[in-house]
Ligand binder design. Structure first.
Ligand code: HEC
Length: 136
C-alpha cells in the first residue's frame, strides 16, 4: 500500500503532488512518513522532502544573487553561517530567513507575493541546512 502511494505521488505533477501531500499529512499526521516514503521510492521526483524542494526553489529564485550562498550585491551579507549569525535580527534561524524572504530588505526583493508560505519555509530550511554544512 505504501509503495503504490509513493508511485502514485511521483507520477503526479508537482502541484497535484503537493496537494496530495497536504491531504496525506492530515491523514497520517506526520510529514516524516511521507517524506521518507517519497524519498525512498521517488528519488528523482520533485518531492524529496522540504530541503530538496527548498533547493529547487533556491536555484530558481535566489541563486541569481546568491550563487553558492554568496551575495553578489552586498558581499558581506552572504548566506554563510557567520554572516547569518551577525546580520539577522534574532540570529540565524529559519524564522529570520523566512522573514527576509517574505518581506525583502534594501536591494533584496520581497518574495511574499511570489512564493507561498510552504515554499518560503522550504527555501529557509535549505538555506539554514546549507549554512550549517557549508555551501559547496
Ligand atoms: C535581486 C537579488 C536578490 C535575490 C533574487 C535574492 N536576494 Fe537575498 N539578498 C539580496 C541582498 C542585496 C541582500 C542584503 C540585504 C540587506 O542589505 O540587508 C540579501 C540578503 C539576504 C539574506 C540575509 C543575509 C545576511 O547575511 O544577513 C538572506 C537570508 C537572503 N538574502 C535569502 C534569500 C533567498 C532565500 C532568496 C530567494 C528566495 C533571495 N535571498 C533572493 C539580494 C537578493
Amino acid at each position: 500500500m505504501k509503495i503504490s502511494t509513493g508511485l502514485f505521488l511521483s507520477a503526479l505533477p508537482t502541484t497535484g503532488a503537493l496537494l496530495s501531500i497536504k491531504t496525506l499529512k492530515n491523514k497520517f499526521g506526520t510529514t516524516a512518513t511521507i517524506g521518507a516514503l517519497t524519498f525512498a521510492i521517488a528519488t528523482d521526483s520533485a518531492i524529496a522532502g522540504d530541503v530538496g524542494q527548498g533547493q529547487k526553489i533556491f536555484n530558481a529564485n535566489c541563486a541569481v544573487c546568491h550563487p553558492g550562498g554568496r551575495n553578489l550585491i552586498v558581499p558581506e551579507k552572504s548566506l554563510e553561517k557567520e554572516a547569518l549569525e551577525q546580520y539577522r535580527s534574532g540570529g540565524r534561524s529559519e524564522e529570520s530567513v523566512m522573514k527576509q524572504v517574505r518581506n525583502g530588505r534594501n536591494s533584496m526583493p520581497a518574495f511574499g507575493g511570489r512564493l507561498d508560505d510552504e515554499s518560503i519555509a522550504d527555501v529557509a530550511a535549505y538555506v539554514i541546512k546549507s549554512s550549517e554544512e557549508g555551501w559547496n
